[in-house]
Every structure is written in C-alpha cells, then in structure tokens.
Ligand binder design. Structure first.
Ligand code: F0G
Length: 471
C-alpha cells in the first residue's frame, strides 16, 4: 500500500460541483482543460508544475529570504547547494524551465541545426524551432509502446545518435539533450548507464550534453529501484554521478525542488560566459533571474529534501498504485508506471474517435464531466501543425493525470480510479472535438474547441441515470 511519509498541516478546501455545472464549465473553457477555472475543478491533475506540496522547512526558509537586487545571500545559498549536489560551480537563475530553454536555444541553436534528444518536451521544441533548428528524437521503438515491460523507456539509442551526428555533422549539432523522467512518453526514466554511454559519444565528438533535470526526482527513484547497479547507492551519489556525466544541467524548479523558478548550471566557464548576458536581458539580474528570493530559498531547501528517498518515492508509489488498479480493470494506461502521473491511453480507451478529432483532448473533457478531475491532453493537440498546415499526428494520445507530489491522498486517488472506471464502461458514448479557435503556436494552451456532436449532453444524462442525485 502506498504510504504518505508526511502529515498534512495546511489544507485547501475543494469544491465538487454537480455534473451539469461541470459540463457548463468545460463548455465555457472551450473544451480545453487549461482554460478551466479552479473553482469548478475538484482534483486538479493538470500538472505537477508549481503545485507540489511544500514542506514546513521550505516555508520557514522563505521567511528569512534576503531580498536584495544584487548579491543576495539567498542566491548564494542556492548556488552553493547546486555546487554541493551537482559539483557545478556556475549557476544562472531563470524564472522557470522554459526560460532556460530560451537561453539555450538562442545561444547555441542556429538555423539548420538539429538537436538530438531522447524525446522532446513542448516548450523545448518550440524554442529550438523558433531559433531555426529542429529536434531529432532518438528513442528505442518500444518507448512509444504503451504496454511495454521496458523499465527504461526514456533511454536514448547510442547507434541512432552516431548516425544522426554523422548525417548532420558536428557543426550542426549544437548539443545533445537528455530529459530525465521523460515527460511526454509518460514520465518514463532512463538508465544512468545509458546516459554514460551517450556522454561518452558526446565527448568523442566534442558535443555538449545537456540534461533537462526538471523530473530528476522521479528518475532518481527509478535508478535506485530499477537499475541493479545502483540498488545500494545513495540518492546523493546517484545525483552526483548523473551530473558528472553531463556538461550542463537545466531545470524547472516548479518541478525539481517543489517551488517556482528555474536555472542552468555547468562546470564549464566558457559555456557559462556564452549564456550569462542573456540573463539580465530576459530574466533579471544574475542573483535572482526573475525569481522571488523567497522561492529561491524554497528551492535550496527543496533540492536538499530531494536527496531523501522517502520524499521522492511518494509520487512514483502513488502512480504505481493507480496504474496497477486501472490495469486490473482492463483500462489502458501507460506501463510500466512512470513518474509525474498516470497516463490514460486515449488511442485504445476510445478507439472509435479518430486522431483528427483529438481523442486525448476529448477524453479529458469527458473525465472532467464525469469527475471534476482535470487532466492534461498530451497528444495531437499538443503538437504543432506541419509547415503545409496539415495535422502532425502525435505518436501517442495520452490523457495525463498528474499527481503533484504529496498533494492528494489515497482516497482521492481511489475516487479518480472509480470515475475513470465508470467512464470506461461508458466509453462508447464519448465523441471527438473540433477546433473553434486555433492559435498558431502552442495551441493546446489557449485554443478553443467544441464537441463534434451532442455526446457530452448524453454523457451527463447517463451520469444522472447512474448516480441519481450524487455528485
Ligand atoms: N522540461 C520539462 C521536462 C518539463 O516537464 C517542463 C514543464 C519544462 C521543461 C518547462 O518548465 O514549466 O518551468 O517553464 N512541464 C510542465 C508540465 C509545464 O505540466 O509538464 P517550466
């Protein structure tokens, strides 16, 4: 049984509004869960970004923050913690993860460049495309297999990396990027031995290896529990070995460190100097980088707490419970259980809805109506259109139910399982969506859609018939 190794000392009241209200809310939100109001939402599983529970020690640290524009003691604390954990002397603060990606893309990516990576993340890819580059994903075939037994679907293929470098040339390979806890394929980890192999190739060619460590905590847990060679290693030692086998690490501190912010660190003074001047232009002075100093204090404490196995195991063990329970009921979810959240496979869940009608987005609206649980579409809606305007169909159509760490209780997870099960029994009632307003970039954030028929009305009627006056 997953067990909370913490107790709840501050709570936030939740609303569970009636099903008719939930339908009204999702309609007003243009059938886009990003546009829902929290007051209409029961369990917010949209993301784990900036919404993880903070500890008493983090909150206490925020009270002693040193609020000076330049030379803040608080900044020095974070810089020292990073140096201690990663062995990286140079640190550039930024307001969040995508700001780091902006700096990296603007400084290193030129038109015609190709950035090899295990898998893309939405904002990473957007910044690389904006700089005129492209991404090349070098995963193993089963990375996209939702029912795999591969415990490390985030691994990058060394053979494909060599081929890609040979094809594009070192001069068009500004860096190689490995994402820990690979988000878009279901929060799947990579093996430390794989990263070491990739790093050796990067060193052979003189190419920088960049790590996106936003989901470091989950990947640390999986290295410790799944990679035999690290069974007895401490989380601190694994962290250091990850850092030692890379040139540059950036992260969203909305995830890593359970606060809000971000940063880039490196051992290499030349890399640091190339990026440094971007920070005061786009983020803020070098000792805050657009973050509140209170958040910087919280990140420093949060990073230290990430070295505690009982802190980082909470997410993965709750997610594993959810994945196992849904699997037992025959409901298609990404397996093996990863970090970040539980991912419903919309391609199988509603196999009658074509990709042109955004099955993962449609499933997200159906689940919201059925439960007040707010998930996030991670499928075709989250892709950019091809240059000729045609749809770029996503490899996977996932509805991500993120479990912000230490936020939801086991009974809330059980409620979610129960409603997903009801929805699965009624899955044939779910129809597709079509765009009403479609922004040209990152359309999933603010695009508005409508159901292709009156299927949502019928779903609400069925809910009432089955649940009576229940919520
Ligand atoms: N890299 C990864 C792997 C991420 O998951 C995210 C954010 C970012 C970079 C960007 O960081 O949000 O601080 O600008 N992921 C969030 C999510 C948004 O919901 O998965 P950011």
């Amino acid at each position: 049984m997953p067990l909370e190794m913490h107790k709840v000392r501050i709570i936030q009241k939740l609303n569970l509004v009636p099903v008719e209200e939930r339908q009204r809310a999702v309609t007003e939100a243009g059938n886009n869960t990003f546009l829902l109001q929290n007051r209409d939402t029961f369990l917010d599983m949209l993301t784990d970004s900036g919404v993880n529970a903070m500890s008493d020690n983090q909150l206490a640290a925020m009270m002693v923050a040193d609020d000076s524009y330049a030379g803040s003691e608080t900044y020095t604390k974070l810089e020292s913690k990073i140096n201690e954990l990663f062995g990286m002397e140079y640190f550039l603060p930024a307001h969040q993860g995508r700001a780091c990606e902006h700096v990296l893309a603007q400084v290193f990516v030129k038109p015609g460049d190709v950035v090899p990576m295990n898998y893309h993340f939405t904002t990473t890819k957007a910044h690389i495309l904006l700089a005129g580059g492209q991404v090349k994903e070098l995963y193993y075939p089963d990375a996209l297999d939702v029912e795999s037994t591969n415990l490390f679907k985030g691994n990058m293929s060394p053979e494909l990396l060599r081929e890609t470098i040979a094809k594009n040339g070192v001069e068009h390979t500004p860096f190689v990027r490995m994402e820990l806890g690979t988000n878009l394929i279901g929060g799947q980890p990579y093996e430390l031995s794989n990263q070491k192999e990739i790093y050796a190739i990067c060193q052979e060619y003189g190419i920088t290896l960049v790590l996106d460590a936003s989901l470091l905590a989950d990947n640390l847990y999986f290295i410790k529990t799944r990679e035999a060679a690290y069974k007895d290693a401490s989380i601190r030692d694994i962290t250091r070995e990850i850092a030692d086998n890379s040139d540059l690490i950036y992260f969203s501190a909305r995830k890593l460190g359970h606060a809000r912010g971000g940063g880039i660190c490196t051992r290499d003074r030349d890399l640091y100097l190339k990026m440094r001047d971007m920070i005061p232009i786009y983020e803020g002075f070098l000792t805050y980088g657009g973050m509140s100093v209170r958040e910087i204090e919280a990140i420093a404490v949060g990073l230290e707490e990430t070295m505690d196995f009982h802190m980082i195991n909470q997410g993965p063990t709750f997610i594993e419970y959810m994945v196992d329970e849904l699997t037992r009921r025959g409901i298609p979810v990404v397996r093996p259980a990863g970090g970040l959240g539980c991912h419903l496979d919309a391609m199988q869940f509603i196999d009658h809805v074509p990709q042109s009608e955004y099955p993962a987005g449609a499933l997200g609206t159906a689940l919201f109506i059925a439960s007040g649980v707010r998930g996030m579409e991670r499928g075709t809606l989250s892709e950019e259109r091809n240059e000729d305007g045609s749809e770029h169909y996503s490899n996977m159509e996932l509805l991500r139910l993120a479990l912000p760490r230490r936020v939801f209780t086991l009974s809330q997870v059980k409620y979610t399982i129960d409603r997903v099960t009801w929805l699965y029994e009624n899955r044939r009632m779910i129809g597709g969506l079509k765009f009403v307003e479609e922004p040209p970039m990152l359309r999933f954030f603010v695009g508005r859609l409508a159901p292709v028929s009156d299927w949502q009305d019928k779903l609400v009627a069925k809910f009432r018939a089955d649940f009576g006056q229940g919520l």
